[in-house]
Ligand binder design. Structure first.
Ligand code: NDP
Length: 601
């Protein structure tokens, strides 16, 4: 919290009125086109994907063989690659970016920063010996950490950058995968590890006239510092000093870059369809003496387990991270603990959760009144939904930016921008003349996996992954897929499904994958694949559990509930007993050495 900010104090909560208000606000935003409202960045929009960070270098196509090829050089590919290298396996990483980093390679917008505490968000801190400089570190430090992992585990030696996989095909006779790429490669690998990331395909809003704008425009994930001046370190964007800039979108990305734009633009217009909930950030530098005391052997695994247990209902006596993610869970637990034992039914627990949520959101809304000087603007910045309906945001300069005379909130009452013209943007019935439009419009989420990955996967008998998953994702442990031997996924869904700290899922899957690959190689097998029964049983187990507490049909539309259309499909299911239980289960599975559910041939 900044020193001038007073804690927000909400008044009495009228829960019925709040429920009605939430429903009204959701209904305003529901639209029949769901994900189809967004544009794919192909054809005339393809230039929005150009890499502004690294020059392209020619290289001859490859036709060689590796034991493992990882698709994706973000956290997933890097950590899987690191664990496999530690296990003595040769690994090549392929990425469409010009370096390692994934999300943190592309998202270099000013103010980019992790939202989950660095101590648990940054993978392999203990292995690399890196001390994060802040509780929530900024983008350049995260990118540098990715590069550090790449260097330390020798992953640069064999990496292929600016290379997009275009097709993956199983060669059953040779028991290997054929990997074709945008560079004309046709290489092979015994195993393919897929770490393509959940939010890696930028999208644009399908606003009428979007192609007609004659000023400058770019997506936040391809920030054009050549146009704005400044840099990812937050240096002033001096070239914006005389410019009228509009940003479309008020999600987690916009919340981080708006304060910088507000500081540097002549006029900034923030076009809002749905406000984010913006809670206190309370960042601070990490004290090396404190870190030295904390960072005893095994520390990061302890912190990961503690964070996960605290904010997803596991057992934890203390809260090491102490932040906005663990706060709501602390409140729910306190309410439940106050109930007599005989009253602790599921209904009572859900009621305790709803009450805590109302209380938390009232505080966040009261914060807008406490921080923003103009009461009308403060009112429009209030989020009317449960906290986990949309990605919670935390920032100590975002709401404050609207006190700056050159920063204007253009609220559209849930309707969004109406039109884009050659010279600006029409919203809430008015035309705004602009020099630059920045799209903070997010990434594809609810679309099919192979569409987002950018390639089809053809497995045993010519069956495709698109067909296998046409009725929804099917895996064993979120890692293995029947019909696709030696194909291994690194991602949260159908495993722990821990959304507040995706790297915890990744670090754990990477460990499982390294153990499994080592077992195949050590025993002279060619392939590993889950049995049909094991995959079916795992999917049934997942479906027997409660739906995710994140998103849901009562929520305002957004990517957490597939734009209000089919709440089940994106976040999917996790282990029914929760993330901590999944990590405990899989640790036991991994160390048992029996590899239940897998067949080796
Ligand atoms: P989001 O999808 O969260 O936000 C997109 C924004 O664009 C929303 O505010 C949306 O409004 C708005 N929008 C879409 N169409 C229109 C329209 N026609 N008119 C006006 N506004 C429109 O994308 P972000 O890039 O902000 O964030 C994506 C995710 O990336 C986050 O949820 C988070 O998971 C991750 N992220 C993580 C960070 C971190 O860890 N530090 C930082 C930044 C992002 P509406 O809400 O109404 O749909």
């Amino acid at each position: 919290m900044t020193t001038t900010e007073q804690p927000a104090r909400p008044g009495r909560i009228d829960t019925d009125a709040l429920r009605r208000k939430y429903a009204e606000e959701r209904d305003k935003r529901l639209r029949p086109d769901g994900n189809a409202q967004y544009l794919r960045l192909t054809g005339e929009y393809a230039h929005y994907l150009d890499d502004p960070c690294t020059p392209w270098e020619e290289r001859p196509p490859l036709t060689d063989h590796r034991t493992v090829v990882c698709v994706g050089g973000g956290f997933a590919g890097l950590v899987a690659g690191a664990r496999l290298r530690e296990a003595g396996v040769d690994v090549r990483i392929i990425d469409k970016g010009g370096d390692f980093g994934g999300t943190w390679y592309w998202n270099r917008y000013p103010g980019a920063q992790c939202d989950t505490a660095s101590m648990v968000y940054l993978p392999l801190l203990e292995e690399t010996g890196h001390m994060p400089t802040e509780k929530y570190v900024h983008g350049p430090e995260i990118l540098a950490h990715c590069q550090r992992i790449g260097r330390q585990f020798g992953l640069y030696d064999d990496a292929l950058f600016h290379t997009e996989v275009t097709r993956l095909t199983l060669n059953e006779e040779r028991a290997c995968w054929v990997i074709e790429t945008s560079r004309g490669d046709r290489m092979t690998a015994q195993f393919v590890v897929l770490g393509t990331g959940p939010l890696s395909v930028p999208k644009l809003p399908g606003i009428p006239g979007i192609g007609s704008f004659r000023g400058h425009s770019f997506h936040t994930s391809r920030w054009d510092y050549g146009y704005t001046g400044g840099g990812p370190d937050g240096a002033p964007m001096s070239k914006l000093a005389g410019k009228r800039v509009g940003i479309i979108g008020t999600g987690a990305t916009a919340v981080q870059c708006v304060p910088h734009l507000s500081r540097d633009c002549r006029e900034l217009y923030v076009f809002q369809r749905t406000p984010s909930s913006v809670d206190v950030r309370d960042n601070h530098p990490i004290d090396p003496r404190w870190f030295a005391e904390v960072a005893t052997p095994g520390w990061q695994q302890r912190w990961l387990q503690n964070f996960t247990a605290n904010q997803s209902g596991g057992n934890a006596e203390e809260d090491l991270v102490q932040d906005g993610w663990t706060d709501i869970a602390r409140r729910v637990r306190a309410r439940i603990a106050a109930l007599p034992l005989e009253d602790r039914s599921l209904a009572a627990m859900l009621a305790a959760y709803e009450e805590s949520d109302f209380e938390k959101m009232e505080e966040i809304r009261a914060r807008a009144d406490a921080v923003v000087r103009d009461p009308g603007t403060a009112q429009k910045l209030k989020a009317w939904y449960r906290q986990l309906c949309k990605r919670p945001c935390f920032h100590d300069e975002y709401l404050q930016a609207f006190n700056s005379p050159g920063t204007h909130l253009v609220d559209t009452d849930g309707k969004g921008v109406q039109e884009i013209t050659a010279t600006g943007v029409v919203a809430a019935g008015r035309h705004y003349e602009l020099d630059c439009v920045i799209f903070g419009s997010g990434f594809e989420v609810g679309t099919p996996y192979t569409r987002r990955a950018g390639f089809e996967v053809t497995g045993r008998g010519g069956g495709t992954l698109s067909e296998h998953w046409a009725g929804g994702m099917r895996t064993l442990h979120g890692i293995h897929v029947r019909g696709f031997p030696n194909l291994l996924f690194v991602q949260p869904t159908q495993g722990a499904n821990l959304i507040s700290n995706v790297p915890h899922n990744i670090v754990d899957s990477a460990r499982t994958i390294a153990v499994t690959v080592r077992h195949v190689l050590d025993n002279g097998f060619a392939a590993v694949e889950p049995s049909q029964d094991a995959e079916d049983a795992w999917v049934s187990l997942l479906l027997s559990g409660p739906a995710s507490m994140i998103g849901g049909p009562d929520c305002t539309p957004g990517y957490y509930n597939n734009e209000g259309q089919d709440p089940g499909s994106f976040l999917g299911r996790g282990y029914p007993y929760g993330p901590s239980a999944y990590f405990a289960y899989i640790e036991k599975w991994r160390t048992s050495g029996t590899f239940d559910g897998l067949g080796f041939s």
